[in-house]
Design a protein around this ligand. Sequence first.
Ligand code: FES
Length: 156
Amino acid sequence: MTAIPYDKDTASELIANHGARPELLVQILHSVLEHFTWIPEAAIRQLAEELNLSRADVHGVVSFYHDFRTTPPGKHVVRICQAEACQAMGSRELSAYAESTLGLKMHETTEDLTLEPVYCLGNCACSPAVMVDGDTYGRVDKKRFDDILDAMKGTD
Ligand code: FES
């Protein structure tokens, strides 16, 4: 995943696409995230200005939702579901395995990799679920996790 340099005009367009409505802040943040791959401080300032909100309001929403990363992601993004159904099927153990295998804690990023928790990928029937570079995988045990990571490295 390549972080796109922040650009005020593009951000303005994204905001305008939602009618610059402050009640749509979450949806606008998703659009900003989708486009730039992260939400820089400049975006928070601009959103506050253009939506007539305080910076604290925007910060509050950004920090409330785990999806809104505020640092650029690594080349690959590995997300492991931590919500209830996946927890019941071993996602905590899988997360611990991922952290030790990758040498990264949750929310950490290297140039190559970002490891993130996620709270439901809509794949609860196939828990535990993992998303790698936007692709969702179900029933992921340690062996399958290793296979997915090997396939991911094969795309470099
Ligand atoms: S709880 Fe993990 S995919 Fe829904």
